[in-house]
Every structure is written in C-alpha cells, then in structure tokens.
Design a protein around this ligand. Sequence first.
Ligand SMILES: NC(=O)C1=CN([C@@H]2O[C@H](COP(=O)(O)OP(=O)(O)OC[C@H]3O[C@@H](n4cnc5c(N)ncnc54)[C@H](OP(=O)(O)O)[C@@H]3O)[C@@H](O)[C@H]2O)C=CC1
Ligand SMILES: Nc1nc(=O)c2c([nH]1)NC[C@@H]1CN(c3ccc(C(=O)N[C@@H](CCC(=O)O)C(=O)O)cc3)C=[N+]21
Ligand SMILES: [Mg+2]
Length: 303
Amino acid sequence: MSARILDGRMIGRAIRNRIKTDVAELSELASATPGLAVILIGDDPASRVYVTNKMKACADVGIRSTLIEYPKDVPAEALIQSIERLNDDPTIHGILVQLPLPPHHDVRAVLHAISIEKDVDGFHLYNVGGLVVGDTIFSPCTPFGVMKILDHARIPVEGRNVTIVGASNIVGKPMALMMMRRDATVAVCHAKTRDLAQYTILADILVVAAGVPNLILPQMVRTGAVVIDVGINRLPDGRLVGDVDFEGVSRKASFITPVPGGVGPMTVTMLLVNTLSAARRFVEQTHGPIPAPVHPEDITQLA
Ligand SMILES: NC(=O)C1=CN([C@@H]2O[C@H](COP(=O)(O)OP(=O)(O)OC[C@H]3O[C@@H](n4cnc5c(N)ncnc54)[C@H](OP(=O)(O)O)[C@@H]3O)[C@@H](O)[C@H]2O)C=CC1
Ligand SMILES: Nc1nc(=O)c2c([nH]1)NC[C@@H]1CN(c3ccc(C(=O)N[C@@H](CCC(=O)O)C(=O)O)cc3)C=[N+]21
Ligand SMILES: [Mg+2]
C-alpha cells in the first residue's frame, strides 16, 4: 500500500481563497478590515520566521497585521499594558503572542491578559474551557487545522480509534478534546507513556505532535491508518522533518501528511479563519447582525 498524501498547502489555499472573498466583503459591508496584532518577544530566529510567514499570509488575504516587538527582558507590566491597549483598539480584532516566550516570563499571565474576543490562538482559559464543554469562541489553530484536513478528505472520525502522541496545551490536549467532540475513542500519549507502540498500533487515526524525529516507525502503525504528522524538526543538515518516518510509514498508512506541506500551512490558515471570525463578531456586536458569507459550509466552525 502507498498512502495518499494529505496536501495541507492545497487545502489551505482553497480555504484562503474563500477567506479573501469574505474579508473583501466584510471590508465593504462594514468598512471593517480584519486586523491582527502579533507580539514577538525576544530574538529567537525561528519565531521570527514563523511570525513573518503569518503576516505574509495575512497580507495575501487582505487582513491587516501589525508586529509589536519587545526585547526578551521586557518587564511584565509593559507587556500586559501593551496587550490591554490592543484589547481596547477597535481596529485590532485578533491578538497573537508568539510562543515560546523567553524564560522568566509567565506565559499564563500573558495569555490570560488577552481579551477572549480577540484570542485567535484559542489559548485563553475561557476558550480552553469552551473546548471542553463544546462552545468555544476560537479553536486552537493547529488541531483545528487537523480537523479541517480530515474533513476535506472526508475521513470519518466518529467511533474511530484516535491515538494522539503529545499532550501539550497547544496541540495534544485540544486535539484530544476536538476528537472527543466528534465521538472518537481517544488515547493520549506523552513522554512517560510506557510502550507507545501499544497505543499507536490501535489507531485508525494517529496524530503525532511530540517534536521527536522518527518517533513513529512503520511497525507502530496499523495497515490502512490515517497518519497526521504535526511535528516540525530541523535536522543538523538543515532538512525539515516531522515526527514520523515518512518513507516507511507511507507504505502502511492509507493517508499521511507530509512535513513540510501538511499541518503547518493549515495552522496558518486557521489563524486567518479565526481572525476573520473575530472581525465578524466585532462588527456584529457593534453594528448588529450582518449577512453570513455565501459558502456551502461555515469555514469558521469546527463542525
Ligand atoms: N505544524 C504545526 O503547525 C505545529 C507544529 N508544532 C510542532 O509539534 C511538535 C510538538 O509541539 P508542542 O506540542 O508545542 O511541544 P511540547 O514540547 O510542548 O510538547 C511535546 C509533547 O510530546 C510529548 N513527548 C515528547 N517526547 C515524547 C516521546 N518520546 N514519546 C511520547 N511523547 C513524547 C511530551 O510529553 P510530556 O508531556 O510528558 O513532556 C509533550 O506532551 C513540535 O515539533 C512542534 O514544533 C507545534 C505547533 C504547531
Ligand atoms: N502563539 C503561537 N501560536 C502558534 O500557532 C504557534 C506559536 N505561537 N509558536 C510556534 C508554533 C509553531 N507553529 C507553526 C506554524 C506554521 C508552520 C508552518 O507553516 N510550517 C511549514 C514549514 C515552515 C518552514 O519551512 O519552516 C510547513 O510545515 O510546511 C509551522 C509551525 C505555530 N505555532
Ligand atoms: Mg508547548
């Protein structure tokens, strides 16, 4: 068997084309161009590359974005004040604080200062809680993007065995909650899991987000499984790889996401989706209801 490639660049492009139309429509209808503020703290070169990519993606669909930069030793109060100013700024609909923060910063205090209406990353406690009970405002972009990949390929989730490798707050845990909401049977593995293969082999859908190259080998994957590789690892030779042995696992899986070109582009796409959604909410709250965009499905919803 040779797995079919789930092409995140292509799926992302299709969604972005629709966002572009919706952004133009919203700009015209309510003269509200969606605006995203990106806060970058410190001088991590990888973070800078990601931030640049996100802002470029915004520009491509007509979303305005502003970069706010701070040195790594910025005082906590200055950071919180900056976020509060953005919370009050009517031209800003989404606020993203690029992670990881330099050491010594209190990640929670920073994330929780963001207005829940502008929390386009979905990292605020309110949105995390919303995910648990099933009525979140914003879904975290990476697992949201994974759900969109599965839906696009018409891969059913209900009743299937889903194993998630990685239990972080930004990927593994919200992924588990989204899969539960879609009535999957979910196992969540992490660094202290004994005998990882025992869980991965059961999976109809295997989502891997550990940050360990070649963590998932062919013998750990069930024939015909759907394999979603969230991992992003830069090897010493400069190559970018995921957490899955792509060559080997491709021979057993029915579908697989490549790295690059799989989940990564979908993460950025869902950030655009959430920012559009935030702008629509803002307009509706200040001007009253506006007509829904004319698409067969609502791209801003988890479904
Ligand atoms: N494609 C995309 O859009 C995105 C990609 N990423 C990538 O996904 C990966 C994970 O990111 P993130 O969740 O932020 O990372 P974290 O480092 O926050 O979490 C990693 C998780 O994987 C678990 N883990 C680590 N090693 C193993 C192992 N050997 N076996 C089983 N589980 C293990 C950890 O377990 P424990 O909890 O016990 O420590 C932890 O739960 C990274 O490569 C990151 O670059 C991240 C965000 C977006
Ligand atoms: N507040 C916050 N929100 C995030 O969503 C967030 C974050 N902080 N910190 C870092 C992680 C990581 N992340 C990625 C986004 C895009 C790609 C992406 O576009 N990847 C391309 C390749 C990019 C490359 O070539 O390096 C791909 O997989 O094809 C990857 C990873 C978002 N994150
Ligand atoms: Mg983390």
